[in-house]
Design a protein around this ligand. Structure first.
Ligand code: 8YV
Length: 317
């Protein structure tokens, strides 16, 4: 039986490459020196695209594959995929929800703790001899008991909130509508993100990125969070107005931030490097061996299901 031909837009861990190549005829777009020429040569035969959340699939690539049937994203976020182009052609789209939820929530909470307790700076203090030379590390701020706000109570937001209960943090959230399962946990619904920020000390951004959520954390939300407030973003850089964020962090209008994602990645605004009240992470919320293996498996299983006529496991479209 001939294997379906797929276009691979980016690299995967070694453990994913072999099973992908076993099941499909894989065209490695990301390795082509002349990408346009490569697409012109193989695009006509491509029936599936294997991509990653950070790479998505542009309209140009989709259009270069007239027989395209499915795009399988390694990642829960599919904001980098041209969804309209898929919809117009009836192309299926799948992602990898659920398998990464708890790891992303873990990192969000770890970032809050690291930022509040100054863990990176304190580690340097212990290593570089400051402890001996200067004495104890400067006092930090408590994390437990502070008021948490979750902007976007989807799967990841919900897991963050569940974890924060263990830190005795009162939890409020904003989403399109109140959620019964949140009320059952005692989480308080606050419709307006600015009001949510006003009522909280630590604001977690856990929204899927869309045109509507772009810069939802703007000047007003940041000002409402205030000089003692902390912003934690593990969603997408586009949800936060980074210019407003940098200005507020520089002038002390916002206390601190912990960022796993940026408006431009991996080359982000260098001013962030000069700020001591920012904790920076290289977009690795889902970056554990266990979760990445599960993401790779689900990404392939969706392709396999499609080409064998079985229902998609985690369809978006
Ligand atoms: C990345 C993510 O996709 O799932 C998401 O939406 O942001 C991450 O898991 C991952 O880095 C693979 O590109």
């Amino acid at each position: 039986m001939t294997k379906p031909e797929i276009l691979q837009l980016g690299s995967y861990p070694a453990w994913d490459e072999e099973p992908l190549n076993d099941a499909f005829t894989v065209h490695r777009y990301f390795e082509a020196a002349d990408k346009a020429a490569f697409l012109a040569r193989v695009g006509g035969n491509v029936r599936g695209i294997a991509t990653r959340g950070d790479l998505g699939a542009s309209r140009a690539i989709i259009e270069a594959c007239p027989k395209l049937e499915i795009i399988s994203v390694y990642g829960v976020g599919y904001d980098a995929v041209d969804v309209e182009a898929c919809r117009a052609r009836g192309i299926h789209l799948t992602n990898t929800p659920d398998v990464l939820t708890k790891d992303v929530a873990d990192l969000a909470v770890a970032m809050m703790l690291a930022q509040a307790r100054g863990i990176p700076a304190a580690e340097r203090w212990a290593r570089d001899g400051s402890w001996t030379a200067k004495g104890g590390f400067p006092l930090t701020r408590r994390a437990w008991g502070r008021r948490a706000g979750i902007l976007g109570l989807g799967r990841i937001g919900f897991e963050i909130a569940r974890r924060l209960k263990g830190f005795d943090m009162p939890i409020s959230y904003s989403s399109r509508a109140p959620k019964a399962e949140a009320e059952a946990e005692g989480f308080v619904y606050v419709a307006d993100p600015v009001e949510l920020a006003r009522q909280t000390d630590v604001l977690f951004v856990a929204l899927a990125a869309t045109a509507e959520t772009r810069h939802i954390v703007g000047r007003e939300v940041i000002a409402a969070l205030g000089p003692e407030g902390m912003l934690v973003n593990i969603s997408r850089g586009s949800n936060v107005d980074e210019e407003a964020l940098i200005e507020a962090l520089t002038t002390g209008k916002l206390g601190s931030a912990a960022l796993d994602v940026f408006e431009s990645e991996p080359v982000f605004d260098p001013r962030l490097l000069t700020l001591s009240n920012v904790l920076l992470q290289p977009h690795h919320g889902s970056g554990t061996v266990e979760t990445r293996k599960a993401m790779g498996q689900l990404m392939r299983d969706n392709l396999t299901a499609h080409f064998s006529g079985a229902p998609l496991l985690t369809p978006v479209l």
